[in-house]
Design a protein around this ligand. Structure first.
Ligand code: URA
Length: 210
C-alpha cells in the first residue's frame, strides 16, 4: 500500500505560500516565510507521534502527564534549500538531531548527485523528517530517502512546500512506505524540471544567488 500525501490546507500555510510565490517578494521575506511554514508543517508532520504517561510533580500534586515517547526526531534537510525549513522546525523540536544531505541536480540529466552526507550514526529508532521545499522530479527526495534508509531509518516522513504530480508519482513508486506532507500540489513540471506555476528556484530565492 502507498503512504499518504497530506496537503496542509491550513489558511495560514496557504496565505504564506501565496506570499512566497509572488515574484517581487524580497529574499528576507521569502526566507522568513519558509521558516514560518516550516514550523507549521512540523506541527502537522508530528501530529501522530506516540505519547507515554510519565509521573511529574505540579506545584499542587503528583500526576501522570503525557510526554512524547521514544528517542528524539532527526530532521534531515536536503542541501541547500531544505535548510530553509530547519530553524522553523527546530523552534518546535529544539532537541532534535540534524542530518545534512548534500545533493545537487545535474542540469542535463536532472539526476540527484550526492556530495555530502552527515547524520547521527544510528537512525533506526528515531523518526526522520526528510525536507526539501520543492518536490519536482522527485530525484533528490528519492535519493535522500534511500540514504536515510541505508543508515537504518525505518520511520521516514517527507515534508515539502510544493509538489508536482510527477514528483509525487516517482517518490511513491520508489518509497511507497514514506508519507508526504506538502502545502500544495501544483500543475506540472516544465521542460527544465521546474514546477509550474511554482515559485521559481527556491534555493536562489532564499540565498539571493540569482
Ligand atoms: N527546484 C526549485 O527550486 N524549483 C522548482 O520549481 C523545481 C526544483
Amino acid at each position: 500500500m502507498t503512504a499518504s500525501v497530506n496537503v496542509v490546507s491550513h489558511p495560514l500555510v496557504q496565505h504564506k505560500l501565496s506570499l512566497m510565490r509572488e515574484r517581487d517578494r524580497s529574499i528576507k521575506g521569502f526566507r522568513e516565510l519558509l521558516n514560518e511554514i516550516g514550523t507549521l508543517l512540523c506541527y502537522e508532520v508530528t501530529r501522530d507521534l506516540p505519547l507515554e504517561m510519565v509521573e511529574i510533580e505540579t506545584p499542587m500534586s503528583p500526576m501522570k502527564a503525557p510526554k512524547i515517547a521514544g528517542k528524539k526526531i532527526t530532521f534531515a534537510p536536503i542541501l541547500r534549500a531544505g535548510v530553509g525549513f530547519l530553524d522553523g522546525m527546530l523552534a518546535l523540536v529544539p532537541s532534535a538531531r540534524v542530518a545534512h544531505i548534500g545533493l545537487y541536480r545535474d542540469p542535463n540529466t536532472l539526476a540527484a548527485v550526492e556530495y555530502y552526507f552527515k547524520a547521527p550514526t544510528d537512525l533506526s529508532d528515531r523518526t526522520a523528517v526528510l525536507m526539501d521545499p520543492m518536490l519536482a522530479t522527485g530525484n533528490s527526495a528519492c535519493a535522500g530517502a534511500s540514504l536515510l534508509k541505508a543508515r537504518g531509518a525505518r520511520d521516514i516522513r517527507f515534508v515539502c512546500l510544493l509538489a508536482a504530480p510527477e514528483g509525487i508519482a516517482q517518490f511513491q513508486k520508489r518509497h511507497p512506505d514514506v508519507p508526504i506532507w506538502t502545502a500544495a500540489v501544483d500543475e506540472r513540471l516544465d521542460d527544465h524540471g521546474y514546477i509550474l506555476p511554482g515559485l521559481g528556484d527556491a534555493g536562489d530565492r532564499m540565498f539571493g544567488t540569482k
